[in-house]
Unconditional design. Structure first.
Length: 123
């Protein structure tokens, strides 16, 4: 019998068609600054995180799933979900659900300009 890992998710990757446009969208929505990082043959943009204890991911140039049909990556907001929803629409994404309350916090489903499904999360 095996033991469960500390974290079920260790890294995420979000494919985008235009890395610089995606940088602008995610920087705006998350009120952050994506970090440039070469991870192999291609440039990626990494979500800021606590590198010793945190889990994160990156954006890379790739082929996104058909709008809203791929996995959903939930991203932490620095403020209320409603504020993030406003920024999504202003930055060219779409809000596709109302705010949803769960025991751990609140979130809303959205899509980025490439159609990637994201959740905006705040606790």
């Amino acid at each position: 019998m095996s033991t469960a890992p500390k974290d079920a998710i260790v890294w995420t990757e979000i494919p985008v068609t235009n890395l610089e446009a995606a940088r602008t969208f995610y920087n705006t929505v998350l009120s952050t600054e994506m970090k440039d990082m070469d991870m192999g043959p291609d440039k990626t943009l990494v979500f800021p995180y606590d590198g010793e204890n945190g889990v994160a991911g990156h954006l890379y140039v790739g082929k996104p799933a058909t709008a809203g049909s791929g996995p959903t990556i939930h991203l932490a907001l620095p403020d209320a979900v409603e504020e993030g929803m406003k920024r999504v629409e202003a930055a060219g994404g779409k809000v596709v659900s109302p705010v949803i309350e769960i025991p751990a916090g609140r979130f809303a489903y959205c899509t980025d300009p490439d159609g990637n499904s994201i959740g905006l999360f705040s606790n």
